[in-house]
Design a protein around this ligand. Sequence first.
Ligand code: SF4
Length: 289
Amino acid sequence: MLTANEHFKARFGCKMYKASISFAHTCPNRDGTKGTGGCIFCSAGGSGEFASCVEKSITEQIGEAISRVEKKAGPGAGYIAYFQSFTNTYCSPEKLAAAMDEAISHPRVKAVSVATRPDCLPESIVEVISERTSKIPVYVELGLQTSNDETAKLINRCYETREYDEAVRRLKEAGVNVITHVIFGLPEEPEEQMLESVRHCVSAGTDGIKFTCLYVLKDTVLERMWRAGEFEVLGQEEYFDIVEKAIGLLPPDTVIHRLTGDGPKKLLLAPMWTADKRGVINYINRRFA
Ligand code: SF4
């Protein structure tokens, strides 16, 4: 399996750290354009609780993120400006271009990563991203979660899987490295469907993948469903059994950027094993090293 660390070392010659940036304020799934209330698992922070304050400039946010990890990272580390929360291409091309250029101009930034939705990539936006690829490596992270359109409706994703396929094709033509987010443990999804989502990403041509175990956060629709007993969260062993099978489906050059995620502790309700970051890392090292 090709890890993100190995990929970054080969591409940049050093260990890379993410400098998370708050840039977008919302997404079309929240403001009524596509839907309201957001995806059923998404917190009010738009999956960006680890990012910095949106009121600060991008340069300031990158500087603060770097100073938080600099001691551990050391002077030889490189940084990825990570546009993390909400939908970062849900804006005018001019606004995105200015934000990306500000990030790129930071002397410690060696790459940019933009998290977004496949249905928020009009030609003008892809052009902005593509133009930046001649200056710096650009990654675009797409939240697919599942390839099953029925589950997509259940989680209120508000776009169809074919839009993801189309987005991957266009981004790759534009020279962008595509990373896809997949969630295991979504309500009503058997294991075979989770693995099918991974096969789908591979056949669509994703360059990298991020696996996450579904976790329940406070004040989400998922919290209500979980409390009503409509689904059960995955146990640690059960989750990593699926991850192991998923890894077996990946071509050797597909980069695994994450084996699991951890939700913001103050909002996390279940599964609680995901909150034990050190325990999870030890488990992963024992099982996958
Ligand atoms: S997961 Fe992304 S698309 Fe879904 S509601 Fe949250 S920010 Fe919007």
